[in-house]
Design a protein around this ligand. Structure first.
Ligand code: PLP
Length: 450
């Protein structure tokens, strides 16, 4: 990277003048002008490089400018840049077949969308049509997207200013052993009690009114919360008992984030009815998401028309990048390397940090998806910053972020947590370097402990 301060000024001026940014008070932000990227690194116009421990929005699974993905998009652009969804298209069909093959037995078809929110939107629509019931349950600690039903399903504060978005949604507490809503003191107890709570919620909300339960298999932005032993099996059993569709939101964790094609595969043999995906399917090189549909639900629409569609459903450029993603994953053993790096490189280093830094309340995760939960006080588990902290309240975490950035690491933080979610192609040397930067930045967090 070389400095180009004129370009920096122009990009800043155009952005500040004319780009309206997501989730922001427009006058309060200062977006970094990015000049380029390669692999796990991107750089600004001042010539400073950042190691990306957030994979942008946890979507850049194969890193920036992966040559195979770039070549696949270029080749497809030269053959057929776009085609309406009503046509049959080679790369679209190829990608749909590959996705159903890795999803498991009984998954038959894929409905392609532009991203994760509309994948969830359409999955819920399918569940409502198949069951004839409108209500959907989702977890408080969740993010499902920014369209009408998806933001209503979202449990986190991004929902609040959008209410009421969809009146037929109710929330429940998912398992979270470190801050158990059920006063449990083991993973097994957390699993059992979270299932009992879910079933109680269903009974009180009216089982006959509930069409679907949607859950992030591993809760992403809201905590890297993996299901404890038995939880997914229990959800499957409850859904079967009450005739409810289980939608697994795999938008963030699908396609290798924890070392499986789909994250539910790491927690037993139980299969959801619908799987939603986006992000890692093609690392976001061209927007793409979708719903993987089990035979039972797909067949409902054999003779009844599905009332939904999108101009860019199954866009050839996006699908070509998806097919290339499969080829890279298989050729380069991406799933295996994710599991290996998680166990061998990240886990021992985070455990060691947790022993030395009083600000670490808990570390948890697997593959290339970890959370470091920061606290003021290990005894009381008081979070380092309050839930939904902003401004001055968020200063301790902002200071940790600044320490990371000053050393060239781009971190992912959410409330009182620092997440480790680098591209799946990150080298071992880069991974260790990034963890060492975090280790030093946590000295700043330690300064805020009691
Ligand atoms: N679901 C989950 C679990 C996500 O993490 C996200 C995005 O972060 C979404 C859905 C929404 O996806 P998109 O932003 O592509 O609409």
């Amino acid at each position: 990277p070389v400095a180009d301060l004129d370009a920096d000024a122009q990009v800043r001026a155009d952005d500040r003048g004319h780009v309206f940014h997501s989730w922001s008070a427009q006058a309060m932000i200062d977006p970094l002008p990015v000049a380029g990227g390669a692999g796990s690194t991107f750089w600004d116009y001042a010539g400073k490089s950042y190691l990306d421990f957030s994979s942008q929005l946890v979507n850049l699974n194969l890193g920036h400018q992966h040559p195979d993905l770039v070549a696949a998009i270029q080749k497809q652009a030269g053959r057929l840049s776009t085609i309406a969804p009503a046509m049959a298209n080679d790369v679209r069909g190829d990608l749909a077949r590959r996705i159903t093959e890795v999803a498991g037995d009984g998954f038959e078809k894929v409905f392609f969308t532009n991203g994760g929110a509309d994948a969830n939107e359409n999955a819920v629509r399918m569940a409502r049509l198949v069951t004839g019931r409108r209500k959907v349950l989702s977890a408080y600690r969740s993010y499902h997207g920014n369209t009408t039903t998806a933001i209503a399903l979202t449990g986190d504060p991004r929902r609040w200013a959008n209410e009421p978005a969809d009146g037929s949604v109710a929330h429940f507490f998912g398992p979270y052993a470190y801050r158990s809503a059920f006063h449990s003191d083991s993973a097994e107890q957390e699993s059992e009690r979270a299932l009992a709570h879910l079933e109680q919620t269903i009974i009180l909300e009216g089982a006959s009114t509930i069409g679907a339960i949607i859950m992030e298999t591993v809760v992403g932005t809201n905590g890297v919360l993996a299901p404890p032993p038995g939880y997914l099996a229990g959800v499957r059993a409850i859904c079967d008992k009450y005739g409810i569709v289980w939608i697994a939101d795999e938008v963030m964790v699908g396609f290798g984030r924890i070392g499986e094609w789909f994250a539910f595969q790491a927690f037993g043999d139980d299969l959801p009815d619908l799987i939603t995906f986006a992000k890692g399917v093609n690392s976001g090189y061209v927007p793409l998401g979708g719903v993987v549909i089990s035979e039972r639900i797909a067949s409902h629409f054999d003779k009844i028309s599905f009332p939904g569609g999108l101009t860019y459903s199954g866009h050839p450029l996006a699908c070509a990048a998806g097919v290339a993603t499969f080829e890279v994953f298989e050729r380069d053993g991406i799933l295996e390397r994710v599991r290996d790096l998680g166990e061998r490189v990240i886990a021992p280093r985070l455990r060691d940090m947790a022993e030395r830094h009083p600000s670490i309340g808990e570390i948890r995760g697997q593959g290339l998806f970890w959370a470091i939960e920061l606290v003021r006080d290990r005894e009381t588990r008081e979070p380092l910053v309050p839930f939904n902290a902003a401004g001055a309240d968020a200063a301790p975490v902002a200071a940790v972020v600044a320490a990371c950035k000053s050393e060239g690491l781009w971190p992912f933080t959410h409330f009182n947590r620092l997440h480790v979610a680098p591209p799946l192609v990150i080298s071992e040397e880069e991974l260790i370097r990034g963890l060492e930067i975090i280790d030093r930045a946590l000295d700043v967090a330690d300064g805020y402990t009691v």
